[in-house]
Every structure is written in C-alpha cells, then in structure tokens.
Design a protein around this ligand. Structure first.
Ligand SMILES: [Fe+2]
Ligand SMILES: [Fe+2]
Length: 253
C-alpha cells in the first residue's frame, strides 16, 4: 500500500505457491485443493518452477490443474521451466488455459471495487549485498550479471508503472529470491545462485506491499527487504501445503 494511504478495512486475499514441479505422473494432484480457491482467495500467484524440465507435456499438466478455477491465476516461470528451451511454448500453453504469465510486465486485477496490481519477472541469481557477482571481466561473467540486472530493471519498471495505475495494493512476483532472509535453511554456499539483491532494490525503489518468490526449496517462508516490504518464499516444499494465503489491506479509494 502506498505510504500514508488510508485503509478502510478492505483487503485482498492472495493465494500463492511456487515450485510445484509438475509432470504427467502427477496429473490432478493439486486440482482438488485449487478448486477451494474461490472460497478463500481473490487471486492465485504461481512463483515459477511449475514444471520439472520445462517441456510442453509438463506445461499441459500445469494448465489442467489451474484451468477455470474461478479466480485469476498469475504466474512467472522459473529456471526449470526454461530448461528445455521451450519457455515460449510453456507460456503459450499456460496462457491458453487462462493464466496471465508475466515477464517484466504487470497485470491489474479488480478486487472489492479496487485495483490490485501484480508485477512479475522470473529474476535471476548473482547473490546479495557484499557477496554478489560483479559486472566485470570476461564477457560470460558480464552477461551473467547483466541478466540479473535486466531482470531486476524489468521488475522495477512494472512496479513503477503500477503506481500510475492507481493500485490499492501492489505485489511483486518473482521466482528467484530478492533477500537472503527467506533462504535460511539452504547451504550458505549456494545463496548466490538462489537470488539477487538487485530484485530487492527494485522492490524498495518502486514500492510494493508484498513480494512473493520461490526457488529456495529448503528456505524459510518469512522475510523482509531493507525497505520493509514483506517477502514470502512460497516454494511448495517450504510452505508444505497446496498454497499459502496472505491478506493484504487495500488503500482506500
Ligand atoms: Fe524449484
Ligand atoms: Fe528454481
């Protein structure tokens, strides 16, 4: 919510999960739980790694799990969804099932007569402040760090654009982690491959009310950016259920 904005008791109910890693042998696994969403949530966020290897048959399983749920479904892809280099096809299969797939973009949803914005980007790794890769030296290294920087810049643009949309709540959706807090439980040696501080900088600079990510299967659900934005790791092995549910207050219109 915009700093200083008035609240009047209205809120948005956000369901979120990532890292469901579906494949044809788990068809129908999540559908019974997802079918309860209209009773408890206004939107379902999918935080990437929806498939095991990013194949079209796997994406088709995901599509059937979330088709016609009765709540909007907004997703980003994860690194697993890129593995077969069919990410465009994975996106198309999900989009055909009614999922809004974001990559450096935003969607504005009507909730309780207000606007709720979701800005999404997969993001990338590179590490956290003081222990991060630098855009220096070999071309391969610079390309690596530029990938992280461009992902964060696209998230920043999408969040900033939502300010102009007049959203009563703004959510940042990524696959990679913006902060190390939600990595607690992972080996510290692999933190640089689990997220990037550039994502948190984008979130804090552009503003958001909630940041949701996945990717860190052994991490921790709760964290916060330096700017005070709540961060939630919704990787399914972390939350231990079909989806997590968060209530966000809406700014008065
Ligand atoms: Fe994963
Ligand atoms: Fe991942």
């Amino acid at each position: 919510m915009t700093p200083g904005a008035e609240r009047d008791g209205a809120f948005v109910r956000v369901a979120a999960v990532g890292d469901i890693h579906l494949s044809p042998d788990c068809r129908g696994l999540l559908r019974p739980s997802f079918e309860t969403l209209p009773l408890c949530a206004d939107v379902l966020l999918l935080a990437g790694d929806l498939t095991r290897h990013g194949t079209v048959p796997e994406a088709e399983v995901v599509a059937e799990e979330v088709r016609d749920l009765g709540v909007p479904v907004v997703a980003v892809l994860g690194n697993h969804d890129y593995h077969s280099e069919r990410e465009a096809d994975v996106t198309r299969v999900l989009t055909d099932a009614g999922v809004t797939v974001l990559e450096g973009d935003r969607v504005v949803l009507p909730v309780a007569g207000r606007k709720v914005g979701v800005a999404g980007a997969k993001g990338f790794c590179g590490g956290f402040a003081g222990r991060s890769a630098g855009e220096f030296g070999e071309r391969e290294m610079k390309d690596f760090v530029r990938t992280a920087r461009r992902g964060a810049e696209s998230l920043h643009r999408a969040l900033a654009d939502m300010s102009a949309d007049g959203c009563a709540a703004r959510i940042a959706l990524t696959h990679f982690a913006p902060v190390p807090d939600t990595l607690a439980g992972e080996p510290v040696e692999i933190y640089p491959f689990l997220g990037s501080y550039l994502l948190a900088e984008a979130i804090d600079e552009a503003g958001a009310d909630l940041a949701v990510h996945g990717h860190a299967h052994l991490g921790t659900e709760h964290g916060m950016t330096a700017g005070g934005v709540r961060v939630r790791n919704v990787a399914q092995p972390v939350i231990g259920r079909a989806f997590a549910l968060y209530h966000l207050p809406l700014a008065a219109s």
